[in-house]
Design a binder for this molecule. Structure first.
Ligand code: G3P
Length: 217
């Protein structure tokens, strides 16, 4: 499973990239707002740090305007992945951009049939939002499972990018189902390493080691 980090915070991206933990980055208008930076400037900086795909989202809703914004975003760097809304205009843009050799990420997916359309439009990634479905009382993970089955039934190449991930358990369940990628907020990504028995075991080893009076090297 590939990990993308879901943020536009350059400091967090640099730290996680230096740890070798991330294969790409996803951003969206809300994350750009949170970062408080100019979209083109911060996206360029992110693309210089991470070699994998960096999703940058269009904010237009009609086809012509989406294509105009996509051309601007695509010029930022070679590893830009154009993020598009799951609408008819977004899907039409997805088809055109993919045919033109661009990577695409179709976002705001909340149903398996939407994911089917995105695959038919040639999306590189489909982003089903797990946490936001959970918030509404549904099981977001069921959507990931349905999309996995449909994509496997028809050998679609579109990668399932599990998004709106809020917990360590979301990451585990998405991996068990076979999502290709999880885009995870920095804090949740770091929380994956945590286990109380690891902390307890390390504490014990260090205490026993101190009693030996030895030093390595
Ligand atoms: O990148 C989009 C997605 O991950 C947003 O997550 O927590 O705002 O639902 P969230």
């Amino acid at each position: 499973m590939k990990f993308f980090v879901d943020t536009a915070d350059v400091k967090d991206i640099r730290e996680l990239n230096d740890m070798g933990l991330i294969d790409g980055v996803t951003t969206n208008p809300s994350l750009i707002l949170k970062a408080g930076r100019d979209i083109k400037e911060v996206t360029k900086e992110i693309c210089d740090i991470v070699s994998g795909p960096v999703s940058a989202e269009v904010t237009a809703v009609d086809y012509a305007e989406i294509m105009r914004e996509a051309a601007v975003l695509a010029k930022i760097a070679d590893n830009i992945c154009i993020k598009l809304p799951l609408t008819l205009d977004g899907l039409k843009a997805c088809k055109a951009l993919t045919s033109d050799g661009h990577k695409t990420n179709v976002t705001l997916c909340f149903s398996a049939t939407q994911a089917l359309l995105a695959a038919k439009a040639g999306a590189t990634f489909i982003s089903p939002f797990i946490g936001r479905l959970d918030d509404m009382g549904f099981d977001g993970m069921e959507l990931i499972a349905e999309i996995r089955t449909i994509y496997d039934n028809y050998d679609f190449d579109t990668e399932i990018l599990a998004a709106s991930i809020r917990t360590v358990d979301h990451v585990k369940r998405a991996a068990l189902i076979g999502a290709d990628v999880a885009t995870v907020p920095p804090a949740t990504l770091k929380a994956l390493v945590k286990h109380p028995l690891t902390d307890k075991g390390l504490e014990q080893f260090l205490a026993d080691w101190a009693k030996t009076g030895q030093k390595i090297g």
